[in-house]
Write a protein that binds this ligand. Sequence first.
Ligand code: HEM
Length: 285
Amino acid sequence: MPGDLSEALKEATKEVHEQAESTEFMKNFQRGQVSLQEFKMVLTSLYYIYSALEEEIERNKDHPAYIPVYFPAELHRKTALQEDLEYFYGPLWREEISCPESTQKYVNRLHYVGQHEPELLVAHAYTRYLGDLSGGQVLKKIAQKALHLPNTGEGLEFFTFEGVSNATKFKQLYRSRMNSIEMDPATKKRVLEEAKRAFLLNIQVFDELQKLVSQCHENGHPAQHKPELRTRGTSGAHEHGPAPVKEGEKTLMKHTGMLPSTPLVRWILVVSFLVTTVAVGLFAM
Ligand code: HEM
C-alpha cells in the first residue's frame, strides 16, 4: 500500500472505478444515450446523496480527520443541484421527487459514517468530489449536447465548479491536503475499504436507475421516478431539450392521444361523422 493516502486511494479504487465506468447506465451516458427523464433521475439521486454528504461534512468540519479537506465554497454541490432540479421540475420540484432504494442505502451509509465513524468521511468526499472534477467534466459536455441544453449553464450547475478555476491544480491541492491528515495504518486501511464501498454504492445507484429506465421503456412509458410525475409544461418547469421519444412511445401517442378514450364517445363521434357525410352527399345531389 503506497504511503500517501491519495496514492493509496487511487490504487485501491482502480478496479471499482473501471467497474463504475462500465455500468450500463454510464456506458449509455458516455455514448450520448441519455434522455431528459434519465438525466432528471440522476440529478434527483445526486441531490439526496449530496444533501446527506454535505450535512455530515458540516457536522464534522472541525474534526481533525476532515478539516484539511473542508472546501465548502469550492466543492459543495447541494445548492447547484437544487438549482438544476428547479430548472427541470419547476418551483414545486421538492414535491416531484422521491428517493430510490439504492440511493437511500447510500444516504444511510453517509449518515452512519458522519455520526459514528467520521474518520472515514474523507473516503466519501474523495469518491464524489474528485470524480466530479475528473470524469464529471466529460459527462457535462455529453449531457449538454444530448439534451440540447443552453451553453449558458442552466440545468448543468451540478457540473460547474464556480470556485475552481483549474480542476487539475485543485485536485493536486486536494490530494496534498488528504496526505496531511494524520492517520494510523489501521485507520488508513479502513478509509481505503470505505472508498471501495462508496464506489460500490454508486454502482448500485446506477444499476437501479438503469433498471427503472428499462422497466419504464418495457411498459412503453418514459422513465420516471414517480408515476404521477407531471408532463411537459404544466407548472413552468423547463423541460428543455427534446427528450428522445422512442418509436414505441410515438406509436402509443398516435393511438391513444388523438381519440377520446371512452368507447361510447368514440362510437357517437363515428356515427355523427357518417350521418354528416351522408347528409352532405344528399345535399350535393
Ligand atoms: C463515465 C464514467 C466515468 C468516467 C469517464 C470517468 C473518468 C475519469 C478520469 C478520466 C479520471 C482521471 C482524471 C485525472 O487523473 O485527472 C477519473 C478520476 C476519478 N474518478 Fe472517474 N470516471 C467515471 C465515473 C466515475 C464514478 C462513477 C466515480 C465515483 C462515484 C468516479 C470517481 C473518480 C475519482 C474519485 C477519481 C480521482 C482518482 C484519483 O486521482 O485519485 N468516476 N475519472
